[in-house]
Design a protein around this ligand. Structure first.
Ligand SMILES: Cc1cc2nc3c(=O)[nH]c(=O)nc-3n(C[C@H](O)[C@H](O)[C@H](O)COP(=O)(O)OP(=O)(O)OC[C@H]3O[C@@H](n4cnc5c(N)ncnc54)[C@H](O)[C@@H]3O)c2cc1C
Length: 372
């Protein structure tokens, strides 16, 4: 069966839902195709930079009602436990993806958006129109398609995107814990081969989420063995694991996380969120970038559908605004992760930061944008 639509969004994650809400509040009709059901836990550090706080308010989203923790400082430690704490220049908040994504999903429906549980398997563009096919053999036509299908999707293969052909060394693990921890701090503890974020989300739960190179991880029997023998050599992580009790039945894991460059337009589709490019999680602003890129894409979609710009202008203005807003910080995030994962360099940097603590907020600012 064929369904005709103005705007179709592929993927109901943060960027997809934010775009849907933006466009719905401006009077456009939107169909979102999402392969999973809600609510659902996701592997994520769950710290959101205040860069997008005002924008979320502008969209009339009552994030406050979800009871997020307010975070205004950061604590950084090296694998040997040397540490430094400083204020976060912009600050942020802690909220689980289980709660946030579900809230946005409900909001889209309240605003009259259509969310269909379906896996998009193909997207074609011809005669100035998209035709999408789903695994339940439905076809959707659309004038605009926003590709918000996250860091790794079956569609990346279908679109023959370069990054999907390369192996990525990263895997990530996340779970919620009961742990006595100050609510206003986001911690970043380094260990051999990776780094671990620890911070509170709503309802006093603590999220522990780490990214690690597969080559470090594979030498150990399982997650527990790795945490005990590698991560716990950092004394801060040792104390954290000793005093915490996991709330999840078992941790969530994902692999093949890629930080490669990705085209911002694919077959005339506007790519947003992680599908357009991913910043190293240590910067703590992938979600802010996802939301901010959704704002840029939505604004240009409106101009295009109102015939104020042509499709060529739509695409080129999106690429140029994306690059101007995000490229430098994504590059800086890559550079920082290389330093942190090099034992000698990270020791040197930490020594300098302890001697000159005012440098840390400066470095953090380089990875974050200005409030939207
Ligand atoms: C280990 C780790 C820790 C992180 N920690 C933080 C942090 O603390 N702070 C922060 O700001 N960012 C963090 N991030 C980054 C953050 O999680 C992402 O930047 C953010 O989720 C991107 O949102 P998105 O909308 O692009 O993708 P997602 O939220 O992943 O949504 C993509 C959606 O597309 C759907 N989908 C995929 N393919 C299809 C298809 N073919 N058809 C239909 N639906 C499809 C998926 O099911 C999914 O729901 C972290 C990332 C990782 C890996």
């Amino acid at each position: 069966m064929e369904h005709t639509n103005g705007i179709v969004i592929i993927g109901a994650g943060l960027s997809g839902m934010t775009s849907a809400i933006h466009l719905l509040t401006q009077g456009f009709s939107v169909t979102v195709l999402e392969k999973n059901s809600f609510p659902k836990h996701k592997v994520c550090g769950e710290f959101i930079s205040n860069e997008v706080w005002s924008y979320l308010n502008l969209l009339d989203l009552d994030i406050e009602s979800l009871n997020p923790t307010k975070i205004n400082s950061t604590f950084l430690s090296t694998p040997s436990g040397r540490s430094i704490e400083t204020n976060l220049p912009l600050g942020g908040f802690g909220i689980s993806r289980y709660t946030l994504d579900y809230y946005l999903y409900q909001k889209v429906q309240e605003l009259g958006g259509v969310v269909i549980q379906s896996n998009v398997t193909d997207v074609l563009f011809s005669n100035d129109q998209f035709v999408l096919t789903t695994d339940d053999n439905q076809n959707y036509t659309a004038k605009v398609v926003l590709g918000s299908f996250g860091k790794r999707s079956n569609l990346d293969l279908q679109l023959n995107r370069d990054f999907i052909k390369k192996k990525s060394p990263w895997l990530a693990v996340k779970a919620h814990y009961a742990l006595d921890l100050p609510a206003d701090v986001v911690m970043l503890h380094n260990f051999e081969g990776g780094y671990c974020g620890v911070s509170k989300v709503e309802d006093d739960k603590v999220n522990i989420c780490y990214l690690v190179r597969y080559s470090s991880f594979k030498k150990y029997k399982d997650i527990a063995d790795f945490q005990e023998n590698v991560m716990a050599t950092n004394p801060h992580l040792k104390t954290i694991f000793k005093n915490s009790k996991m709330i999840f039945e078992k941790p969530l894991t994902i692999s093949q996380i890629s930080f490669e460059d990705k085209p911002k337009i694919e077959n005339h589709m506007i790519m947003i969120g992680d599908a357009a490019g991913m910043i190293h999680p240590l910067c703590g602003n992938g979600m802010a970038i996802a939301i901010h890129s959704a704002k840029i894409a939505s604004e240009l979609t409106i101009r295009f559908l109102q015939n104020k710009i042509t499709r060529i202008q739509f695409e080129s203005q999106y690429v140029s605004r994306w690059n101007k807003t995000f490229r430098a910080r994504i590059q800086f995030g890559k550079f920082l992760s290389k330093i942190l994962l090099n034992e000698r360099l990270s020791k040197l940097v930490m020594k300098s930061l302890i001697a000159f603590p005012f440098l840390l907020p400066f470095i953090i600012k380089k990875t974050h944008g200005k409030p939207v």
